[in-house]
Design a protein around this ligand. Structure first.
Ligand code: NAD
Length: 598
């Protein structure tokens, strides 16, 4: 009788640390197992002691309809739980009679990962360096996390370089399968991942579970499909020539990400980079590194070979800068502030890095008098207060046509007042804590700046009264009216739950004010006039335009900025261009030789 060894068994073997497979006389490896042997560097040796490993864990089926960030209409919903077969953690509470399971409470701290992931190994940083990650709701340390030094970054880059040829050359179909498996694992652990993200970032757990997590697994599914669409083209040159254009992976990609949506941003960049055949060193944000490490763990569990996806938390000026300047990193994919983006561009110049930058914004939401005012208010409130306003594409400048301005301000403020500010790990909380004390103080400073500029605080601007929030970085949802577009509060990215509302007269002025800012990331348009919606969409200097809603990011749609909001794209098939080099191959298929010197 033949004994068939499967790829899953090889992956299990590799995961258990084994590096050799003893073959019996009748052992047969499937094709996929042979590939897995090559990928994981397992040595095949003749012998008689091989025993099959435990069967691999059951793959969890995905529920239908998982998309990118869901539409604003989601407010108030609880996620339907698919029959994953995964035992809920004790912190998962079943809502009586509803058949839905909101996740609540902080994660089990004993489970948190705190070391660097380099070449499939969990290691301490050089010299044992660590940086604390702090709970924004209490300002107490959650964990001391290893902080990569330049030599750790160098090790991670070497590991990524060593893993690159096998990953690049792996059949696209096999690459896609591993990515799909990773998506399944993220989805199956969504409650735990939502708990960790909420605890580390300070965002409400309902947002982490309902908004962030679907946008974490979905890009892996989208790009798993896209892996098999990467194609070149053949040029129409004279018939004696065969000329074709190839897209090849860039090589080792350094990713540097911010703290506001760390898992989502790591997933949307990582999925595109791996799909295109690159290997990755992810510099996790020092203020919220925990879910990046979880993603590294899940990538390994999915069978993505060691070294393909490395994670190095650490300080920006140390680990980030070392990655940017490393001569063996081919590309930097950066998301963060415009100020740091400039430093990254400069740092990459020494080695002519390919650099893509997803930067800050001061995005307008433009409300015309003919708009459905209820929808415009609901959507604009979502547009600014999601994730405490710590969103690059937040609709932080709302421009409202004068005839409906006062009514809009009143309704907007009324809704803002009703938002429940609270501890992030409670399901009922709608607005959590700002990332740290410094950011919180900065946001309060803008309240003072706006007031001294002559604008009026319609609501908010102060601390919530709840004593349970006294130790954390909280501020009430804040609305400024009486704002001019040249004020600092209308021009600078505040990155907090503060909106400014500005009146305008007519379409022309709306477009002029909307574009009168150095950023160009996103914009919303609210109108019942279809032709006007497109006219204005075409006239706005911004990479993402939302008409009659705000803040949706399907994996299919490219996301990137105009002007000082950056260069390059995440998501969409366009982002594959960011992770590939273009090669042209010209072949002489004629019978004649052209001899210039004849
Ligand atoms: P940040 O620029 O301070 O940090 C971003 C990342 O860069 C962090 O990992 C940090 O450690 C690293 N870094 C800092 N200095 C560095 C250096 N000298 N060299 C290399 N890396 C360095 O931004 P943040 O405070 O973490 O995030 C908030 C900013 O991110 C906001 O401006 C926001 O608009 C922007 N953002 C943009 C997008 C987008 O897609 N456009 C998405 C989310 C956030």
């Amino acid at each position: 009788m033949k004994h068939f060894v499967t790829a899953d068994e090889i992956r299990q073997l590799a995961a258990s640390g084994e590096r050799e497979l003893m073959l019996r006389e009748h052992t047969v490896l499937t094709d996929a197992a042979v590939d897995a042997v090559r990928l994981h560097g397992i040595r095949l040796v003749e012998g008689s002691t091989y025993s099959t490993a435990e069967p691999p864990p059951q793959v969890v089926p995905a529920p239908a309809g998982a998309g990118g960030l869901p539409a604003p209409a989601l407010a108030g919903l609880v996620r339907e739980r698919s029959s994953t077969g995964v035992t809920p953690s004790p912190q998962v509470r079943r809502a009586e009679g509803s058949g839905t399971v909101p996740v609540t409470g902080p994660p089990d701290s004993g489970r948190l990962l705190t070391r660097l992931l380099i070449g499939g190994e969990w290691v301490e940083a050089a010299g044992g360096a660590t940086v604390p990650t702090v709970d924004p709701a209490t300002n107490r340390t959650i964990a001391e996390v290893s902080a990569a030094q330049a030599e750790d970054v160098d090790k991670a880059v070497r590991a990524a370089r060593a893993a690159f040829p096998a990953w690049r050359d792996l059949d696209p179909e096999k690459r896609a399968r591993l990515m799909l498996r990773l998506a399944e694992l993220i989805e199956s652990e969504r409650d735990y991942l939502a708990q960790v993200e909420s605890h580390d970032v300070g965002k409400p757990i309902r947002e982490a579970a309902l908004v962030d997590l679907p946008a974490c697994w979905d890009p892996w599914r989208f790009f798993a499909g896209a892996v098999r669409t990467v194609a070149g083209r053949v040029l129409a040159l004279p018939r004696t020539s065969l000329d074709y254009v190839r897209r090849e992976p860039t090589g080792v990609v350094g990713m540097i990400i911010p703290w506001n949506f760390p898992l989502h941003i790591a997933c949307r960049k990582g999925s595109a980079a791996l799909a295109a055949g690159n290997t990755v060193v992810l510099k996790a944000p020092e203020l919220a590194p925990l879910t990046s490490l979880e993603l590294g763990r899940l990538a390994l569990e999915a069978g993505i070979p060691p070294g393909v996806f490395n994670v190095v938390p650490g300080l920006g000026e140390v680990a980030g800068a070392a990655l940017v300047e490393h001569p063996d990193v081919n590309k930097i994919a950066f998301t963060g502030s415009t100020t740091t983006g400039r430093a990254v561009m400069r740092g990459g110049a020494g080695t002519i890095k390919r650099v893509s930058l997803e930067l800050g914004g001061k995005s307008p939401s433009v409300v015309f008098a003919d708009a459905d005012l209820d929808r415009a208010v609901i959507g604009s409130v979502f547009g600014i207060y999601l994730a405490q306003g710590e969103v690059c594409s937040a609709g932080s400048r709302v421009l409202v046509e004068r005839p409906v301005h006062d009514e809009f301000v009143a309704r907007f403020a009324e809704r803002a007042r009703r938002i429940r500010v609270g501890l992030p790990h409670r399901w009922e909380t709608q607005l959590g804590a700002l990332i740290n004390r410094r950011q919180c103080e900065r946001v309060y400073e803008y309240v003072d700046i706006g007031t001294s500029e002559g604008a009026t605080v319609v609501t908010g601007g102060s601390r919530p009264e709840d004593p349970a929030l006294a130790e954390g970085n909280f501020i009430q949802p804040t609305v400024f009216a009486g704002v001019r577009n040249d004020m600092r509060i209308a021009q600078e990215e505040i990155f907090g739950p503060i909106v400014v509302i500005i009146p305008f007269d007519g379409e022309e002025e709306a477009i002029r004010l909307a574009n009168d800012v150095r950023y160009g990331l996103a914009a919303g348009i609210w109108t019942a006039d279809g032709a006007r919606a497109h006219r204005v969409a075409h006239a706005l200097d911004a990479g993402s335009i939302w008409v009659n809603h705000y803040g949706v990011y399907p994996s299919e749609a490219p996301f990137g900025g105009y002007k000082e909001s950056g260069t390059g794209h995440d998501l969409g098939l366009e982002s594959l261009d960011e992770y590939t080099e273009v090669k042209n191959v010209h072949v002489n298929i004629g019978t004649e030789t052209f001899d210039w010197y004849a």
